[in-house]
Design a protein around this ligand. Structure first.
Ligand code: COA
Length: 329
């Protein structure tokens, strides 16, 4: 057991441009009614041409640093969860470091665990701080998903959006508070359920990969839905049991924002009332690694989280990755 690590500040950023379901119905054969009933999504934000993932990440990052009453000079580590980096190389974390003027002694790297990325990043950063690798970590989830969506595929393009969320981690003032625990896992046999097949070493960019639209996200929606409920409910039960907590002690659940029906099913399964779940996917869609830190920041700013509260964070994503985390505020 090392020192207790806590969230000292949160921040988020979403691009200004709002695209409604109605707007999308002019692009593909869909309707506001279909999207709303099947997913709960009403609109999403789309980043501008000169707004890459690093820009969204930097804006969320500085907001979290200010919220923690720190400056960029205090940051010793940047872990950025994303599947939509500015470039395959170098890491987007390095770009963000430079944009924010974070000192050169800081270790900076990207982490890919898809929509579970923020929970993976949180746990990696926590462990590095406990190991003595600096005092403060900036943990960011940021995605510009719009660049990887097939705007001819109605089954996927209506689901995702662009955004970023961030937290600053540091020593907890009171050792009973902070990140209580985190469980992470992966079912690596399910890589074909959700993927961007082209552009990597398996299918390098080529005229063929472009022609076959391999650089866009591909998804088996129904199977992902079923897996999502199964792995998140399992992860929730496991972590509650480990910490000898009951569902009624959880004041706030912050789940990955993919589909309102997934969250409703989870609520029933776990017997935690839906009112205790933070839901903002109606306004942002699925923003992958940004979804949990964005919802967390909004919940804090809306006064939904109080000192002493216990929050449960739950995620799943491509891989198939999943994770859960408990925070006492
Ligand atoms: N507008 C209108 N119709 C659409 C549509 C759209 N945007 N997308 C798909 N459809 C059609 C399908 O073509 C299909 O038509 P068919 O019956 O004539 O073949 C019909 O709607 C039903 O499709 P299906 O995929 O079975 O619908 P569904 O009820 O499973 O809902 C999802 C689809 C994607 C909303 C749902 O499966 C889901 O949310 N899955 C999880 C996705 C997810 O969470 N991904 C992110 C993981 S991090």
């Amino acid at each position: 057991m090392g020192p207790s690590i806590a969230i000292l500040g949160t921040g988020s950023y979403a691009p200004a441009k709002i695209v409604s379901n109605h707007d999308l119905s002019r692009l593909v054969d869909t309707s506001d009614e279909w999207i709303t009933t099947r997913t709960g999504i009403r609109e999403r934000r789309i980043a501008g041409q000169h707004e890459p993932t690093s820009e969204l990440a930097a804006r969320a990052g500085i907001a979290a640093i200010v919220d923690a009453r720190l400056t960029s000079a205090d940051i010793d580590l940047v872990v950025l969860a994303t599947v939509t980096p500015d470039m395959p190389m170098p890491s987007t974390a390095c770009v963000v470091q430079h944009k924010l003027g974070i000192p050169v002694h800081a270790a900076c790297f990207d982490l890919n665990a898809a929509c579970t990325g923020f929970l993976y990043a949180l746990e990696v950063a926590r462990a590095l701080l406990v190991a003595g690798r600096g005092r403060h970590a900036l943990v960011i989830g940021a995605e510009k998903f719009s660049g990887f969506l097939d705007w001819q595929d109605r089954a996927t393009c209506v689901l995702f959006g662009d955004a970023a969320g961030a937290v600053v981690l540091g020593r907890a003032v009171d050792s009973r508070h902070g990140l209580l625990g985190c469980n992470l896992g992966a079912e690596g046999g399910a890589t074909d359920l959700l993927c961007i097949p082209g552009g990597g070493s398996l299918h390098p960019p080529s005229a063929h990969s472009v022609e076959h639209r391999q650089h866009y996200i591909k998804m088996k929606g129904r199977e992902v839905f079923k897996s999502a409920v199964r792995v998140m409910a399992g992860a929730a039960r496991e972590i509650l049991e480990q910490h000898r907590l009951t569902a009624d002690q959880i004041t706030c659940v912050i789940p990955h924002q993919a589909n309102r029906r997934i969250i409703e099913t989870l609520s029933k399964d776990l017997e935690i009332p839906l009112e205790r779940f933070v839901i903002n996917l109606d306004r942002y869609g699925n923003t992958s690694a940004a979804s949990i830190p964005l919802a967390l920041d909004e919940a804090r700013r809306a006064g939904r989280i109080h000192a002493g509260d216990i929050s449960l964070l739950l995620a799943f994503g491509a891989g198939l990755t999943y994770g859960s985390a408990l925070i006492r505020w």
